[in-house]
Design a protein around this ligand. Structure first.
Ligand SMILES: NC(=O)c1ccc[n+]([C@@H]2O[C@H](COP(=O)([O-])OP(=O)(O)OC[C@H]3O[C@@H](n4cnc5c(N)ncnc54)[C@H](O)[C@@H]3O)[C@@H](O)[C@H]2O)c1
Length: 318
């Protein structure tokens, strides 16, 4: 089997690429390196620098490819509020360009990394795939539009499509950009560095933190499972965790004290977001293997920025 991973030098993409290459799958990566880093990729992975909107480049890279994992995207919620046109160009335009190229060359299946943010605020938790999406920020709108294009062009052009709505992924190698740092590595860095952690809205918001290896399991299953064509599937841990619980757990894991500052002025965004995994269990045989406490311990032990010794080298995929 040969696969193409767009955005494959990024956090999730590199873990996926390395795991598949280890299993003997031929892996091509296309990434413009706007945030990814090819140093994260294992030796067997074929890396190509380029933009996912470059259709002639896609025609070349898609030759002989069975499955495409489409992960290339801009991923900052606050930046999407400032620059919605850019988010639309890359996340929607990039998806449409890729789907056109897939139609032209002919692939068996496209797996899209969509996002739980498409749900926005919902009256009930955990959220199921049947609930009406309620995107509240341009990033979420762009992911929902990407899903719709995926299913529409896949149906019209006769290739299989599946969209995974990924919840809050975390694990070794996750970038920490200063403008939109994801909470898990940010809090770990701040707690280890004896800094203060700022929480919004009382720290009572809840999220579903899913360890990277479980996300990779789901992506790989989505590429091989039967009966997933045109399906949207949640990928999370199914575990609801408040900000305060997350902070306590990180403090325990990193043997440090957490000093918490409350910002009561600003809202923490969506109040609750937790995955119902019934569909993932049925269609993907998905079973998240990593409890939050174990995932945080792995992050602490494997990531050089935290507790890991530099001899551990490349981002772990296990
Ligand atoms: N990390 C999460 O918690 C999470 C949750 C839900 C969905 N997702 C989705 O998963 C995918 C991967 O996210 P991630 O966390 O690994 O982010 P990431 O930023 O680490 O990875 C995205 C990759 O896409 C590349 N890229 C951006 N624009 C590109 C372009 N125009 N052409 C080619 N490559 C481009 C970047 O260089 C980067 O390597 C994204 O589609 C994201 O929306 C992630």
């Amino acid at each position: 089997m040969r696969v193409l991973i767009t955005g494959g030098a990024g956090f999730i993409g590199a873990h996926l690429a390395n795991r598949m290459a280890l299993r003997g799958v031929g892996v091509r990566v296309l990434d413009d390196l706007s945030s990814g880093n090819p140093a994260n990729l294992a030796a067997g992975v074929n890396f190509n620098r380029g933009d996912v909107r470059d259709v002639p480049k896609l025609w070349a890279l898609l030759q002989g490819v069975d499955v495409v994992f489409h992960l290339a995207a801009l991923v900052s919620v606050p930046a999407s509020v400032l620059y919605p046109r850019e988010y639309n160009d890359v996340n929607v335009g990039g998806t449409v360009a890729l789907l056109e190229a897939c139609r032209d060359v002919g692939v068996r299946r496209v797996v899209l990394a969509s996002s739980a943010t498409v749900y926005g605020d919902q009256a009930r938790q955990p959220v199921t795939e049947e609930m009406a999406p309620n995107p509240a920020v341009p990033y979420a709108v762009s992911k929902l539009a990407a899903e719709r294009y995926l299913f529409t062009i896949g149906r019209l052009s006769n290739f299989e499509t599946v969209a995974l709505r990924i919840f809050n992924a975390y694990g070794p190698g996750q970038p920490l950009p200063p403008t939109h740092a994801p909470v898990v590595p940010l809090f770990m860095q701040q707690i280890i560095g004896r800094g203060s952690v700022i929480v919004f809205g009382g720290g009572n918001q809840t999220r579903d933190y899913v360890y990277i290896d479980d996300v990779v399991d789901a992506l790989i299953s989505a590429s091989t499972a039967g009966a997933v064509n045109q399906e949207t599937i949640n990928v999370g841990s199914g575990q609801e965790t408040s900000m305060r619980q997350l902070i306590e757990q990180i403090a325990v894991t990193s043997h440090a004290h957490a000093s918490v500052i409350e910002n009561t002025e600003a809202s923490g965004g969506i109040q609750h977001l937790v995955a119902d995994l019934t569909k993932a269990r049925q269609l993907l045989k998905y079973k998240p293997r990593t409890l939050l406490s174990d995932g945080l311990r792995k992050l602490y032990e494997l990531d050089e920025r935290f507790g890991a010794r530099s001899s551990l080298g490349k981002v772990s995929t296990h």
